[in-house]
Design a protein around this ligand. Structure first.
Ligand SMILES: *[C@@H]1O[C@H](CO)[C@@H](O)[C@H](O)[C@H]1NC(C)=O
Ligand SMILES: *[C@@H]1O[C@H](CO)[C@@H](O)[C@H](O)[C@H]1NC(C)=O
Ligand SMILES: *[C@@H]1O[C@H](CO)[C@@H](O)[C@H](O)[C@H]1NC(C)=O
Ligand SMILES: *[C@@H]1O[C@H](CO)[C@@H](O)[C@H](O)[C@H]1NC(C)=O
Ligand SMILES: *[C@@H]1O[C@H](CO)[C@@H](O)[C@H](O)[C@H]1NC(C)=O
Ligand SMILES: *[C@@H]1O[C@H](CO)[C@@H](O)[C@H](O)[C@H]1NC(C)=O
Ligand SMILES: CC(=O)N[C@H]1CO[C@H](CO)[C@@H](O)[C@@H]1O
Length: 586
């Protein structure tokens, strides 16, 4: 277990930290830091030599609306690979054989125990790059993007569960959310997530953990969205930028070359990024199976000039897939794992690389000023505020007079339908749902747009109830809602809004979770007036993907991960970490 120098500075952290009680007899794994464009282990550059590690879940059916939004077929469930100690023990021997130093994991369940797997991998010198999003409504929905209290609390719970592990290299805030110009309006929400996750990690004294985003690949050049997104998520200042920019790239197929694959252009274009970059997935499959991949991109990726821009990559994927192209490096039958023929090719390529240990120049680039929006990348530079569950709780308790019943609250479908209905009714009254709508293209964020999907529905129903003079029938919604005994007059409601907004001003701040540790959830809802059918986001799918997505509405969406930057390390090896130390210091 290592403690960074900033550990003692842990400011008031409201989260309960994970307790790691096992004494570690082995040498602690080194802390990796970012300085400028590069990652370091001490004074030597560090390269991610990774493999993706998540058993695929079945893909949910695609919808037309989803297709229209540039998404991918994605699973709607997941298996947490870091909560299966026997599988981790089985696989670590293979990872040693392959010569990797990092695993990319797409979805975990924060309430399970991860001590055994994380220690198994740490002892083997392997870092984990962990995406925070989950399938379905656990990720930023590219079709109806928000950065809301539900996602914030989901991410924070996962951070709390993992930030004590010494081999946790990076947290991913989203994977492949933006996939084309038409959903570039999701970018402000991704960047706000990076900003808030970084602030949260800082508040916990964990700013050594990197924050990363993984983008799908796209056409090159500033007139396309690929480079614009990379610039967008790394401009402005360190506080706003991801630390590690991931690109899922399948451009090098078979025995391609640096120039034929377009990696030459990529290396030049991403060369201007002020932070570290890596290929968060690579391993093009031609035909239906990955079995014949020569993995010749590895030698290019780990040598100059690519090393001037990139710090390694993650081969996709350990586990086989039973849909689409099969990117698996192994076959699994029951508990037994068989290596496929391209395993040896990847192993030989990984064994052969000797990337430069020193950086090409000692200069640390400044964060460039942000530019845009542009026609090809219509994302506002105005970011949404930090979701504040305390404000939403306060309003729910005192200002909103018509609330969803418990059963409706648990159903993303009902929530989606009802918010659509309520917004239509409000439109008919000459009112509007603007306070719960967020628009990343114009940079307009309603005051309550960061509340959870169910709370946004509560707002809409309550507003309708209010503008129809508290007519009991206005708060029925086919038996899905109940009028409250508070907030029964316009003046009481106005007072409650004033009080809550004064107590919890809307803006950018270190995230604070709700006292209960979990917001009243709710799938993401459609929110738009007149629209119906709620849903929410999905998750990581990369076109071959691993993480989840959502089925009942328009998503085609994905998620990702995040990380923060590095401090020069002061590593203390401590044989036992006293559970609760973080909380005590806080
Ligand atoms: C997803 O949608 C399809 C078609 O609309 C449906 O058949 C399927 O049951 C849905 N899956 C889930 C998990 O809701
Ligand atoms: C996480 O695991 C708990 C305990 O097994 C389970 O109740 C919960 O549904 C799981 N959450 C997710 C998102 O899978
Ligand atoms: C790549 O080149 C090697 C060596 O020339 C050859 O054996 C292999 O078949 C080629 N693979 C592909 C996919 O073209
Ligand atoms: C709640 O709303 C849904 C969706 O509009 C509707 O199907 C259902 O009948 C309503 N009432 C109850 C009690 O579920
Ligand atoms: C939004 O909240 C701010 C305070 O943070 C307040 O000044 C403003 O009037 C609110 N806007 C609306 C439309 O309620
Ligand atoms: C997803 O929806 C469920 C059901 O409404 C809710 O309990 C959960 O909190 C939501 N998750 C997020 C991250 O918003
Ligand atoms: C479910 C799904 O894959 N949908 C689509 C998402 O968008 C891309 C690009 O428009 C389509 O090719 C996918 O079929």
């Amino acid at each position: 277990m290592r403690l960074g120098s900033n550990f003692l500075a842990a400011a008031a952290s409201l989260a309960v930290s994970t307790c790691l009680l096992q004494a570690s007899s082995s040498l602690a794994i080194a802390t990796i830091t970012r300085r400028g464009k590069y990652l370091y282990n001490g004074n030597d550059r560090f390269y991610i030599k990774g493999v993706a590690y998540q058993e695929p879940a079945p893909v949910a059916a695609a919808t037309e609306a989803n297709d229209a939004n540039g998404g991918f077929p994605e699973p709607d469930s997941f298996t947490d690979p870091l909560a299966l100690p026997e599988a981790c023990a089985r696989d670590v021997a293979n990872f040693r054989d392959l010569g990797v130093n990092a695993l990319r994991v797409y979805s975990v369940n924060a309430s399970l125990n991860h001590d055994a797997c994380m220690k198994t991998f740490s002892d083997a010198g392997m870092y984990v790059i962990l995406d925070l999003a989950l399938p379905l409504n656990g990720s930023i929905n590219r079709a109806e993007p928000t950065w809301d209290v539900g996602l914030l609390e989901l991410y924070a719970r996962t951070i709390d569960a993992f930030d004590g592990y010494d081999n946790l290299l990076a947290f991913g805030i989203a994977n492949e959310v933006v996939t084309q110009t038409s959903n570039a309006n999701a970018a402000p929400f991704i960047k706000a997530a990076a900003r808030d996750v970084k602030a949260y990690l800082r508040s916990k004294g964990k700013s050594n953990i990197l924050v990363t985003y993984s983008s799908t690949d796209g056409a090159s050049g500033i007139t396309n969205w690929r480079d614009s997104l990379a610039s967008y998520l790394t401009c402005g200042s360190d506080d706003l930028s991801v630390d590690l920019y991931g690109l899922n790239s399948y451009a090098w197929c078979g025995n391609s070359s640096f120039s034929a694959s377009g990696y030459d252009t990529l290396t030049t274009e991403f060369g201007t990024l002020p932070v570290a970059a890596y290929l968060s997935e690579f391993g093009c499959v031609q035909g239906s199976s990955g079995n014949t991949r020569p993995w010749t991109e590895v030698s290019a990726l780990f040598s100059s000039p690519m090393t001037n821009t990139f710090s390694g990559g993650v081969a996709f994927s350990y586990f086989p897939q039973d849909y689409g192209k099969d990117y698996g490096l192994v076959d699994v039958s029951g508990n037994s794992v068989t290596l496929r023929s391209d395993w040896n090719a990847l192993k030989a390529q990984y064994a052969n690389v000797t990337p430069p240990a020193t950086a090409p120049s000692s200069s640390t680039p400044n964060f460039p000023a942000c530019q845009g929006p542009t026609t090809n990348f219509p994302a506002s530079q105005n970011l949404p505020p930090t979701p504040d569950p305390r404000l939403c709780d306060c309003l729910r308790n005192s200002a909103w007079g018509c609330l969803l019943n418990a059963r409706a609250e648990d159903s993303p479908q009902i929530i989606g339908t009802l918010v659509g209905q309520a917004c239509t009714y409000l439109d008919q009254q000459g009112d509007s749902c603007a306070p719960i709508l967020a628009d990343g293209a114009t940079g307009t964020y309603g005051n309550y747009s960061f509340c959870s999907a169910s709370e946004r529905t509560d707002w809409a129903m309550s507003r309708f109830y209010e503008v129809t003079d508290f007519n009991p029938q206005s708060c029925d919604f086919a038996g899905n809602a109940t009028a409250q005994t508070t907030a029964t007059s316009v003046s009481a409601i106005d007072d409650a809004y004033s009080t809550c907004l004064a107590q919890y001003p809307i803006g950018v701040h270190t995230p604070v979770l709700s006292a209960s540790g979990s917001s009243s959830g709710g799938g993401s809802s459609s929110g738009g007036s007149g629209s119906s059918g709620g849903t929410s986001g999905s998750n990581s799918g990369n076109g071959n993907g691993n993480s989840g997505s959502n089925n009942n509405s328009n998503s085609n969406n994905s998620n990702s991960s995040g990380a923060s930057f590095a401090l020069p390390t002061l590593v203390f090896m401590i044989s036992a970490f006293i559970c609760g130390a973080v909380t005590v210091i806080a």
